[in-house]
Design a protein around this ligand. Structure first.
Ligand code: ATP
Ligand code: MG
Length: 806
C-alpha cells in the first residue's frame, strides 16, 4: 500500500531508499562526495516524522556547522512543515550548550555561564603561563592551549593528566599545574571553553546517570552528518546518548522538561543511531578527528547496517574523474569510484599566473565571464588553503567591482569593538566572569589603570566577593574621587542594563531587551561617544560595526520570539567558520578549503594549487599529513557542480617575501586530458625564461598541456602583476563593495569628485581607454560600467579605480 513517505522516496536510487527506510538500531551510510548523504539524512528525518514514528522533539540531528543545521532544518521543513521548528538540529557544540544551560547547576556552574572562544582562553592561558614563568621551560601560550585542547578532545582532564604524566620532568609538571589552574579559573569564572562544551557534557552524563537518562529517553533518534570528522569526545557523547536506559534512575526534573518516577520508568532500549560520512573527506585529524570512528562503527555497534552510495548527483564526470584520480593516490583507503550519469560536462580550466595578482585577475575575469553567461554570483565560490591568500583575491575583486563575501576567516565577532560590546553583555549576565569585567573596566578610557585594577582585585579577594561586586563598593577602595566616580558610574550602568535584561522581578525579559540593554550599555558607558569624537578614521568603521551588532540583536529578536540574552550570547559564541552574518545572496563566496566541506556551487575556483600551499608546508612533517592534504584537495574539487577552475601562480609573496612557487603534485595526479590550460606552467615558464624549476613538460611539444582556449587571462600575462598599488590591509573582510567603499581611507585614491556620465571616455591605468555605459550607486558607492576598447566590459568602483576622464 501507499506509504505516508512515498513522495519522500521519489527520485532516490535503491541504496538511498534503503538508507531512508531502514529501521534498525544502527545505520552507517558511507559514500563519496555528492552522493546524497546529507540529502538522505534529511529525508530520513522527514520520513520518521511523516510516518509518525517520532515526534520532532525525539530527534537529534548533528551537523558540522550552524549553517548546515539551518539548511537541514529548512529542507525538513519543506518536507514536513512547521513541526520541524522545535527539532534539535544543531552542531555538537550547540547541542551541548543547550544541555549545559539546563544542567550546569548540577556541577557548580550556573546556566548563565560564558563560552570562551579560543581568543578568550588564549588570554587566560597567557596569564597563567606568565604567572608560572613557564616560558623558561619552553611552554608558550599557543603550545599549552593546543595541548589542553587535544587532551580535552581525548576526554583527559587535569587530574587524569597529572596522574599519568611524568612529574619528575619540570616542564610536564608545570604544564599539569597550568592545566589545573586553567580549569579552576574557568570554573571560577563560570565559563566553559569550546572543548569543554563537549567534554563537560560527557562528564555530566557519566557522573549523573539520571541526568543522562532524561536525554536518552528524550532523543529516540540520533543522526550525525560528517561523522568522519568526529573526535573522541564527540564519539563518546554519541555513545552516552544512545545507551539504553536501565530504569533504576532517581526521580528527576530537568529544567521543567519532564519528570519520571523511578519505579515506573520502563527499561528502554538505546536510541537509533544513523551516521553518515566519507573517510576520503576526513580533514580534521589535526583537531583530533578520528577516522576510526567510521571504520570501526560496525565493531562499536554490532548488527549495524551499512549502506554504500556510489552515484554522484552533484558534479560532471570530468570533475569526478579528476577527483577520483587524485584521491586514488592515497594508499590507506577502500577504493570507491564515484560516477554520474550527467555526462562529461565542460573541461576543467587551468591557469597559471606570474604572480598571485595575475592569478586573482584571472579569477575575477572568469567570474565576470560566467556572470555574463547567466551564472549567479551566489553560485560561484573561490577556495584557498590559507586565509592569507584571500588578500590578493579581495583586492582584485574589489577593483573589478565583483561583490563577494568571505566565509569564516577574520570574523566579525573577533573584532575588538565587538568583543568589548559582548564583554559588556557578559558582565551583566555572568558577573563571575572576571575576564569580561576586567576587559571593560577602562573601555572607554575612564582613568582606571592597572594599579586601580589590582586594587579592586585585592579588595575583592579580601572581602571574598567577585570583582564585579567590588565595583559596587567604590568608596571602600581607597582610590581618588575621580576614579571612584568612574567606577561607580560603570557599576550603575551595568546595574541598569541588568535590570532591563534580567529584571529583578524575575520576569522573563522579551528578546527586545537585548537590543535595549546593549544600546544602553554602549551609550551610557560612553563607549560610542568615545569612538564618535575620535579622529582615528578606523573608529568610524567601529561605530558602524557596533550598529551592525545592534542590528543583529534586532534580527535575533525577530527570529526568536522567546529568546533571552543567554540565547543571544550562545548564538554569537557559536558562530563558526562557515557561518556568516551577511546574506550570501548575490555575492561570490570566498573561503578556505576546510570551510567548503559539505557545500556545493555551480562554479568553483580552487586557487593556489602549489606545493607548500596544498599540500601545505606544515603537513610535510606530520604522519599522514600529505594524505590529509590530498583529502582536503579532494573535498575542494568535489564542491563543483558544473565548472571547475584550478589556478596557481609562479611567484607568490608571503610574509613579505616573494618566492618561486611550484605547481602542486596533486595537479600531476589529474589526467592531463581533463584540464584545458588557458595558460600553463609551461607557458609561463618559457616566457618567464629563468623560472626553470617550473613543472616539467608532460606532453610532447612541451608545456603543461598547451594553452588552448585563449581566454581573458591568456594573453599578456602579468599585466596587472607587479605594478599594483597595494590597497591598505583591512581588519575585516567585508561582504559587498558597497560596504567596503565606506572603509577605504581617503588617502589611497579618492575620485569622489570625479563626475562621470554615460558616454564619457576614460583612461584606466591597467585597462586602457574605454567608454562609460552607465553609472550606478551613490557617493562612495558609485560604480562605473565601462566598455574598454581592448579589455572588454568592467565594473569599477569610481572612488578607488585608477581612472581619469579624457
Ligand atoms: P558531501 O560528501 O559533499 O557532503 P553528500 O553526499 O552529502 O555530499 P548531498 O549534498 O546530499 O551529498 O547531495 C549532493 C547533490 O546531489 C545535492 O544537490 C542533492 O540535492 C543531489 N542529490 C542527491 N541525491 C539525489 C537523487 N537521488 N536525485 C537527484 N539529485 C540528488
Ligand atoms: Mg553532505
Amino acid at each position: 500500500g501507499a506509504r505516508a513517505d512515498d513522495d519522500l522516496l521519489r527520485g532516490l536510487n535503491p541504496p538511498q531508499r534503503d538508507a531512508v527506510t531502514y529501521r534498525g538500531q544502527a545505520l552507517l551510510i558511507v559514500a563519496g562526495a555528492g552522493s546524497g548523504k546529507t540529502s538522505v539524512l534529511t529525508r530520513r528525518i522527514a520520513s520518521l516524522l511523516r510516518n509518525r514514528e517520532a515526534w520532532p522533539s525525539q530527534i537529534l540531528a548533528i551537523t558540522f556547522t550552524n549553517k548546515a543545521a539551518g539548511e537541514m532544518r529548512e529542507r525538513v521543513q519543506q518536507l514536513v512543515g512547521d513541526s520541524a521548528q522545535s527539532m534539535w538540529i544543531s552542531t555538537f557544540h550547540s547541542a551541548c550548550v543547550r544541555i549545559l544551560r539546563r544542567e550546569a547547576q548540577q556541577f557548580g556552574f550556573t546556566k548563565s555561564f560564558t563560552i570562551y572562544d579560543s581568543g578568550d582562553s588564549r588570554a587566560l592561558i597567557k596569564r597563567l603561563v606568565k604567572e608560572h614563568e613557564a616560558d623558561a621551560f619552553g611552554l608558550t601560550p599557543a603550545s599549552v592551549q593546543g595541548r589542553i585542547s587535544k587532551l580535552k578532545n581525548e576526554l583527559a582532564d587535569a587530574e587524569s593528566f597529572a596522574r599519568q604524566a611524568n612529574m619528575s620532568d619540570p616542564a610536564e609538571r608545570l604544564f599539569a599545574e597550568i592545566f589545573a589552574d586553567y580549569q579552576r579559573a574557568l570554573q571560577k569564572a563560570n565559563a566553559f571553553d569550546f572543548d569543554d562544551l563537549i567534554a563537560q557534557t560527557v562528564y555530566l552524563f557519566r557522573a549523573f546517570p539520571h541526568v543522562a537518562d532524561v536525554y536518552r529517553r528524550r532523543f529516540r533518534h540520533v543522526l550525525v552528518d560528517e561523522y568522519q570528522d568526529t573526535n573522541h569526545a564527540q564519539y563518546a557523547l554519541i555513545h552516552e546518548l544512545t545507551r539504553p536506559v536501565v530504569g533504576d534512575a532517581e526521580p528527576y526534573a530537568a529544567g521543567g522538561m519532564m519528570i519520571f518516577e523511578a519505579s515506573e520508568a520502563p527499561e528502554l532500549e538505546g536510541a537509533s543511531l544513523t551516521v553518515v560520512g566519507d573517510s576520503d573527506q576526513s580533514i580534521y585529524a589535526f583537531r583530533g578527528a578520528d577516522i576510526r570512528n567510521i571504520t570501526e562503527f560496525e565493531r562499536d555497534f554490532p548488527g549495524a547496517k551499512v549502506v554504500l552510495l556510489e552515484q554522484n548527483y552533484r558534479s560532471t564526470q570530468n570533475i569526478l574523474s579528476a577527483a577520483n584520480a587524485v584521491i586514488g593516490h592515497n594508499f590507506d583507503r577502500k577504493d570507491k569510484k564515484l560516477w554520474t550519469d550527467v555526462g562529461d560536462g565542460d573541461p576543467i580550466i587551468g591557469f597559471t599566473g606570474y604572480s598571485q595578482h595575475d592569478e586573482a585577475q584571472f579569477v575575477a575575469d572568469e567570474v565576470e565571464a560566467l556572470r555574463r553567461k547567466g551564472v549567479d554570483y551566489a553560485q560561484m565560490a573561490v577556495f584557498y588553503r590559507t586565509n592569507s591568500q584571500s588578500r590578493a583575491l579581495e583586492e582584485i575583486l574589489i577593483r573589478s567591482a565583483v561583490p563577494y563575501k568571505i566565509m569564516g576567516g577574520t570574523k566579525f565577532y573577533d573584532r575588538a569593538e565587538i568583543k568589548d560590546a559582548l564583554a559588556y553583555l557578559v558582565a551583566v549576565t555572568n558577573p563571575a566572569d572576571e575576564l569580561a569585567v576586567r576587559r571593560i573596566l577602562n573601555k572607554p578610557r575612564r582613568g582606571i589603570g592597572d594599579v586601580t585594577e589590582t586594587t579592586i582585585a585585592r579588595y575583592a579577594a579580601d572581602e571574598g566577593i567577585t570583582f564585579r561586586d567590588a565595583l559596587a563598593n567604590a568608596s571602600a577602595l581607597g582610590v581618588g574621587p575621580k576614579i571612584q566616580h568612574a567606577i561607580s558610574h560603570l557599576d550603575a550602568v551595568l546595574a541598569e542594563a541588568t535590570e532591563i535584561m534580567l529584571p529583578s522581578s524575575g520576569e522573563v525579559a522579551p528578546p527586545a531587551a537585548v537590543t535595549e540593554g546593549l544600546t544602553l550599555l554602549l551609550n551610557k558607558s560612553g563607549y560610542l561617544d568615545a569612538l564618535r569624537i575620535s579622529k582615528d578614521p578606523q573608529d568610524e568603521a567601529r561605530v558602524e560595526n557596533l550598529d551592525e551588532l545592534v542590528a543583529v540583536t534586532r534580527e535575533f529578536a525577530r527570529n526568536n520570539p522567546e529568546g533571552t540574552i543567554l540565547d543571544f550570547l550562545t548564538e554569537v559564541a557559536l558562530v563558526s567558520d562557515a557561518d556568516d552574518l551577511d546574506d550570501a545572496s548575490g555575492s561570490v563566496s570566498l573561503m578556505t578549503m576546510h570551510t567548503a566541506k559539505g557545500l556545493e556551487y555551480d562554479a568553483v575556483f580552487v586557487t593556489g594549487v602549489e606545493e607548500d600551499l596544498i599540500p601545505h608546508r606544515i603537513s610535510a612533517g606530520e604522519p599522514g599529513g600529505p594524505q590529509e592534504e590530498r583529502r582536503l584537495f579532494y573535498v575542494a574539487l568535489t564542491r563543483a557542480r558544473k565548472r571547475l577552475y584550478l589556478s596557481l601562480a609562479m611567484t607568490r609573496a608571503q610574509f613579505g617575501e616573494v618566492s618561486v612557487a611550484m605547481p602542486s603534485r596533486f595537479l600531476q595526479e589529474i589526467p592531463h586530458e581533463l584540464i584545458d590550460w588557458r595558460q600553463s606552467p609551461g607557458d609561463v615558464n618559457s616566457r618567464g625564461g629563468s623560472r626553470s624549476r617550473a613543472l616539467n613538460a608532460r606532453r610532447p611539444g612541451g608545456g603543461f598541456g598547451g594553452s588552448g582556449g585563449g581566454g581573458a587571462g591568456g594573453s599578456g600575462g602579468g599585466r596587472y602583476g607587479d605594478d599594483l598599488v597595494p590597497l591598505p590591509r583591512r581588519e575585516k573582510p567585508v561582504g559587498s563593495i558597497e560596504k567596503f567603499a565606506n572603509r577605504i581611507p581617503a588617502k589611497v585614491r579618492d575620485n569622489s569628485d570625479l563626475e562621470l556620465a554615460p558616454g564619457d571616455r576614460i583612461r584606466h591605468d591597467d585597462f586602457g581607454d574605454g567608454r562609460v555605459d552607465m553609472v550606478t550607486g551613490e557617493g562612495a558607492k558609485r560604480v562605473a560600467h565601462v566598455r574598454f576598447d581592448s579589455a572588454g566590459a568592467k565594473k569599477l568602483l569610481i572612488k578607488i579605480a585608477p581612472i581619469s576622464k579624457l
